[in-house]
Design a protein around this ligand. Structure first.
Ligand SMILES: Nc1nc2c(ncn2[C@@H]2O[C@H](COP(=O)(O)OP(=O)(O)OP(=O)(O)O)[C@@H](O)[C@H]2O)c(=O)[nH]1
Ligand SMILES: [Mg+2]
Length: 201
């Protein structure tokens, strides 16, 4: 991977002779595994803003399939991943609950791209997420977080169900596994580099 990561307008980078810092958003609907993903991958102790969910939240949040979930992100997750000598990613995970979504716009400022985590059993919940990311003008890749009891679906079926453009990357990952999470981010970074190369061709 070369050091020429061409960047979109307004993207936050701390350009140095040696390393470029790139802001990446990790987004997805409620309980899809965003905090788990950043926790599994970050090379610094991840900053998280987890709060215990109250019984009242049960009536607001759809806990189907994640009844054991006791906490939720109320502001953001933050982690860091060095991709190579040239590129270091600063990862910002968004809160998933609908009522915190107004924070996404602030968190998206200066991001170069987004990794959209998707639960294959709750595809419809990902549509508003993808809409928002497109609205912010961010390039993205889809990472299907494979839960143990997820149905096996072909890439073609998933692409059709999500109505993805052919060049939108789609990768399956396990958010609990650092290597798997890293592969998903590398797929996104390669995509961002290709898009930048196209824009500057
Ligand atoms: N089996 C399995 N469980 C997972 C996986 N990823 C996350 N979980 C579990 O799913 C639950 C939700 O994970 P979180 O990482 O808190 O999800 P989140 O997207 O950050 O949630 P919010 O911030 O509340 O939107 C946790 O109990 C995780 O242990 C996965 O890949 N497989
Ligand atoms: Mg979270």
């Amino acid at each position: 991977m070369g050091s020429k990561l061409a960047l979109g307008d307004g993207a936050y980078v701390r350009g140095g002779a040696e390393q470029t810092a790139v802001k990446i958003l990790v987004v997805g609907h409620f309980a899809v595994g965003k905090s788990t993903f950043i926790g599994a991958i970050s090379e610094i102790p991840p900053l998280s803003t987890e709060e215990t969910m109250t019984r009242a939240a049960e009536t607001v949040d759809d806990l189907k399939g994640v009844q054991h979930k006791t906490t939720t992100t109320v502001a953001m997750d933050f982690g860091r991943l060095t991709i190579n000598d040239q590129v270091v990613l600063y990862l910002f995970g968004t809160p998933g609950q609908q009522r915190f979504m107004q924070m996404w716009e602030d968190l998206s400022r200066g991001a170069l791209g987004a990794l959209v985590l998707v639960d294959p059993e709750r595809l419809a919940d990902s549509f508003p997420v993808m809409d928002l990311i497109e609205q912010y003008g961010l390039e993205y890749a889809i990472a299907v977080n494979h839960f143990d009891d997820s149905p096996q679906r072909t890439e073609k079926a998933l692409r059709e169900a999500m109505d993805l453009l052919p060049d939108t990357p789609l990768i399956t990952c396990d958010a609990r596994d650092g290597q798997s999470a890293a592969n998903a981010l590398i797929t996104l970074v390669k995509h961002l580099q290709e898009r930048a190369a196209l824009e500057h061709a």
